[in-house]
Design a protein around this ligand. Structure first.
Ligand SMILES: [Zn+2]
Ligand SMILES: [Zn+2]
Length: 107
């Protein structure tokens, strides 16, 4: 898995703001993709970093997931087993560090 040039949804270039309404934009208040961001605050949308929210952290911590055969949900796997970065696990295990703009995964 390598960095993508532009945002897959709105095609924002690296370090540029997402287009309005782009659901792959990351809220810097909570770390969540803006579409999944809980209400109760004003979203502070970050620029396109080359990674989807949680993706870099998943890769860094070796958290990968893939579709089970025959398509009944997801299972954990290694990075070379046809998986994708397990962002769901990052969001459920991690703590968002607003200063660092990164998810911190406990050991
Ligand atoms: Zn975007
Ligand atoms: Zn938000």
């Amino acid at each position: 898995m390598s960095m993508i040039a532009g945002c897959p949804t709105c095609d924002a270039a690296l370090d540029w703001p997402h287009a309005p309404g782009c659901h792959d934009a990351q809220c810097l208040v909570t770390g969540f993709p803006v579409n999944d961001c809980p209400p109760g605050h004003e979203h502070d949308l970050g620029e396109w970093t080359g990674w989807l929210p949680g993706e870099a952290e998943a890769v860094e911590h070796g958290m990968w997931t893939r579709r089970k055969v025959p398509g009944t949900g997801w299972e954990q796997c290694g990075p070379f087993s046809g998986g994708i970065p397990d962002r769901t696990r990052v969001f459920s295990m991690g703590r968002w560090d607003r200063e660092a703009r990164a998810w911190v995964i406990p050991d």
